[in-house]
Structures are given as C-alpha cells and as structure tokens.
Design a protein around this ligand. Structure first.
Ligand code: SF4
Length: 251
C-alpha cells in the first residue's frame, strides 16, 4: 500500500526549503483529520445578524477581541438602532467606540457603510445574501466603503453560513508555512486561493483550526515545530537538535 505522501499530485509537490526534500502540501482532509481532534468542533464565534457582524468586524480591525466586544457593546448601548448610528454626531460616535481603537477613523467608516447599505438595500436586513451566488454576495459586500475580503468573509461565513474563507494574520501565516498558498500570496489573495482548495463544508473548520494552530503552535516568531502534529507534512518545519522549540521562523 502506498504511503499518504505518495498519493499527492505532481501539481501539489514543491521543493522544500530544507535541501533535498520534496513536499506537496498536506491534503486538506488530512489537515482536518489531524487538527479536528486537537481543537474540537468548529463553531461560529458570534451569533450576530449580518449587519451587526459587519459593524463588529470593522470595529475589530487592529485591536484585540476583548476591545472589539467592548466597543460593540458601548456602541449598541449608546445608539440602539442603526439609524441612530447613521444620524449620530461623529465625535459622539467616536467616543462610544473609543475602546476599540482608531475611533476617529472607524466612526465615519461605520456611517459610510450604513449609509451605503441603506441606499442600496433600503433595509438593514442583509439576509438576502444567503440566497445569492457566493461570488455575487462577495462582490455586493466588497463594494461597500472600506470593506475588504476578510470583513466580507466574516459576514458570509459567520453570520450567513456561506462557505467563504476568512483569512486573518494567523491563517495567512500558517497557510504559507504549509504551502497551502504561495510564499508571496497576500492575505487578501489567500481568500480565493484557499476557497478553491478547501471543500465548502470544511471552510469553517479550516478557518477555526488554522487560527487556533497559529495562536497555540505555529506562532509568528517561534513556531513550536517539535510539538506540531503537522510537522512531517510541513515544508517549513524548523526543528533543530533536541529542542522542542523551533528556531526563529522567517515566514
Ligand atoms: S511544523 Fe512548524 S512551521 Fe510547520 S505548521 Fe507546524 S509549527 Fe508551523
């Protein structure tokens, strides 16, 4: 019987950074089979409706989860409806989201997005995106002011259950190290690349597992390759000597 590595297609094989070794990227089903038991059932992070998810995601840019949730909570307490946010004095609005950081940039951005939603949709209800073909739904969201692939992906995947990949800094780093995307692929480009490779029913799990793996094992500066369940399939593994801690990574 052939080994799992022998089953890889030629297209998926690349020279390893380690001289003399040839790597394909790990098959997605194998990736999920290994990471699933480690990280448990994948769940969406929030039960928000699509507009709330969109606004939350804007607030979450360049800040921690805890600060994002605080900013979203104070926003909703201060301005209970989206009309209230849209009509708010921008300084008051910025004050209400101050804990999320970059409030003077995010406050007018929220109003621009809400204005565009109302102008284009005549409603705050974005549930129609659930029925739209995925590329069209993505385009609809990407045409909103300041909305990029990650924000659009959060709305589609978390709130609407669509198979849209969400690539944050952890997903991007781990996907590059595992050769799932090219070394030069940007995070924005990685959304489409990973969506093509990962079966729709596995998108949420892959997103959750790659984030967890990036936070807990495949860390930015010092990946713990010696403790990594993917080590034998990873072209970026940097195990050195007897140390369980890998040397400083470059990608
Ligand atoms: S072997 Fe190292 S570089 Fe590769 S995925 Fe695991 S921790 Fe990351």
């Amino acid at each position: 019987m052939s080994s799992p590595k022998a089953k890889g297609s030629r297209r998926n094989r690349r020279r390893s950074p380690r001289k003399g070794r040839t790597f394909r990227h790990i098959p997605i089903d194998e990736l999920m089979r290994r990471l699933g038991p480690l990280y448990g059932p994948a769940q969406t992070p929030r039960p928000y409706d699509p507009t709330s998810e969109l606004i939350f995601t804007v607030l979450s840019q360049h800040t921690s989860d805890i600060n994002s949730y605080r900013a979203f909570a104070t926003l909703r307490e201060t301005f209970p409806t989206w009309e209230d946010v849209l009509d708010a004095d921008v300084d008051r609005l910025a004050e209400s989201i101050r804990t999320g950081g970059l409030a003077r940039i995010k406050a007018p951005r929220l109003q621009e997005i809400l204005k565009a939603i109302w102008t284009r949709n005549g409603s705050w209800d974005l549930s129609f995106l659930r029925e739209m073909p995925l590329p069209e739904a993505k385009t609809w969201l990407l045409e909103l002011p300041g909305v990029g692939p990650k924000t659009a992906g959060c709305v589609l995947l978390f709130s609407l259950g669509r198979p849209a990949m969400v690539v944050d800094t952890h997903v991007h780093r781990v996907a590059r190290r595992l050769n799932l995307i090219g070394a030069k692929a940007s995070a924005d480009e990685a959304h489409d690349i990973l969506e093509e490779k990962i079966p729709p029913e596995e998108i949420l799990g892959a997103h959750v597992y790659l984030i967890r793996h990036g936070r807990e094992v495949c860390k930015a500066l010092r990946p713990l390759c010696g403790e990594c369940i993917l080590e034998d399939e990873c072209p970026s593994s940097l195990i050195a000597g007897k140390s369980k801690r890998g040397p400083k990574a470059t990608v």
